[in-house]
Structure formats: C-alpha cells, structure tokens
Design a protein around this ligand. Structure first.
Ligand code: PEP
Length: 253
C-alpha cells in the first residue's frame, strides 16, 4: 500500500518570519496525520527557522534545489552538506523552473540526485512535458527521457528514497490542470518504465506525485486515480487555508 505523499514547494516566496508563521499553522492543523507523508520546502533562507518549528510535528523539511558538488567554487549554490546541517530531509530536483529558466539538463539533475542519495536525503524528481511537446504528441517520450537520465546509476534499493513528480509544465502555476484521466495515464506510463527497469514490485511501491495547479477543489478527484499517490503543490501551498484541505483531501473540513 503506497502512502499518500503531499509536498509543498514555496518557491521564491515568503521571508523567514512569514515562513515560520505558515509552518506553525501547518504544524497545528496537520498534527497527527500519520497515514500520510507531508513535506514543506521553504526558501533556503527560511530552512533553519522552519526546521526548528516543525521538529517533532511529522512534517518533513525539504529544500527546493541543491548544488551538484559537496563544496567548492560554486557561487550562489547551496550544498548538500549545508542542507543536512540544517536538518533538511528531502530535496526537490529537476523542477521545470530549474530545467527551463535555469537550463538545468538531465545530466546535471542526475548528478544532484546521486549526491543527495549518497548523503541520505530523499529526493523528489520532477518530470513533465511542455505545452509544445504535448501538442507534438511526445509527452511519453519526454517523460521517458527525463526519468531514464534522472535515474541513471540508481539501484532498486534507492527507490524508497525517490519520489517521482509528474508535473506537466503547461499546468504549473497556470490554473490549468491535467484531467485526472490524462494525469493517471502518464503516471501509469511512469510506473511501467519503473517496472521495466527495476521490476514489478519496485513499480508497485513507487510513489508518483502529480503537480500542476492542484487546489482543494480538484485534489480528491485527482487522488482517486489509481496511479496518483500524492501531490507536489506550488501556489496552493503558500497558505494553510489551501494547503491543509489538499492534505486532508478525503477528510471533509
Ligand atoms: C510546482 O511548482 O511544482 C507546482 C506544481 O506549482 P502550482 O501548484 O502552482 O501549479
């Protein structure tokens, strides 16, 4: 049975004090939800303060990105050692904003992923096609390439620390959501790719999140699909009023 995993990516929003206020609200509202896994990824500048506030709440502390080396001449980057020192437990890699705005390629994403695993961090590996790629009928090929390259060098035992997030680029921050059926079809494809490479059992256990304009109103329907095991949430993760009902998608108010 795959545990539902809901992660909030706060992107370049909120000062440290604003982040603490949101973290406090989430820690109260989501206390005791033991049947699901929850992660929040504030900006680097708020990790330390948020980490202290959510300690013991069951909410994981995540980072939104990470440098590809342990240390060195990488101006502006933040290393895995620095993240671990702050108590970070998970890192989002290959987000479409990193791939498309900062031109991070599959090889770089894979280097970061391997480094994160080597240091015991969990990873959310994001994959997903652009609108142009979807219109061109190459969604499956794009996802296959990003997943294959992203997981280069990974062995089956690593998969329990890797979550795949399917995030169609055209649905991120746009208000457009993939239909539950469309998302489930791509998730099924991702699960099949995992099965082909790592075996059926690994594929059955693989957590695959959906991301792209998830909100309280569409969370339950998306999550009802067989292959959707959780969400990576952007905009709606910035307020407890929208993130809490997404996490509690099946609990009413
Ligand atoms: C994201 O940034 O990963 C994301 C899915 O954003 P949004 O929920 O705002 O579409």
């Amino acid at each position: 049975m795959r545990k539902k995993y809901i992660a909030g990516n706060w992107k370049m929003h909120k000062t440290a004090s604003e982040s603490v206020a949101l973290a406090d609200a989430l820690a109260v509202s989501l206390a005791g939800m033991k049947d699901r896994k929850i992660m929040i990824a504030p900006a680097f500048t708020a990790l330390s303060a948020v980490g202290l506030r959510i300690a013991g709440s069951g909410i994981l502390l995540g980072a939104q990105n990470m440098g590809p080396e342990e240390q060195g001449a990488h101006t502006g980057e933040v290393s895995v050692l620095m993240l671990k020192d702050l108590g970070v437990q998970a890192v989002i890699l290959g987000h479409s904003e990193r791939r498309h705005t900062y031109l991070e390629g599959d090889g770089l994403v894979n280097r970061k992923l391997r480094l994160a695993l080597r240091h015991g961090l969990e990873v959310i590996l994001c994959v997903g096609e652009t609108q142009e790629e979807r219109d061109g009928g190459v969604t499956r090929a794009v996802v296959e390439r990003q997943l294959g390259a992203g997981l280069e060098g990974v062995v089956e035992a690593d998969l329990s620390r890797i979550t795949v997030a399917y995030e169609p680029v055209w649905a991120i921050g746009t208000g457009k959501t993939a239909t539950p059926a469309d998302a489930d079809e791509v998730h099924f494809h991702i699960r099949s790719l995992i099965a082909a490479r790592f075996g059926k059992r690994a594929a059955e256990e693989q957590i695959i999140q959906y991301g792209g304009s998830v909100k309280p109103a569409n969370a339950a329907e998306l999550m009802s699909r067989e292959n959707i095991d959780g969400f990576l949430v952007g905009g709606a993760a910035l307020s407890a009023d929208s993130f809490v009902p997404i996490v509690r998608y099946d609990r009413g108010k």
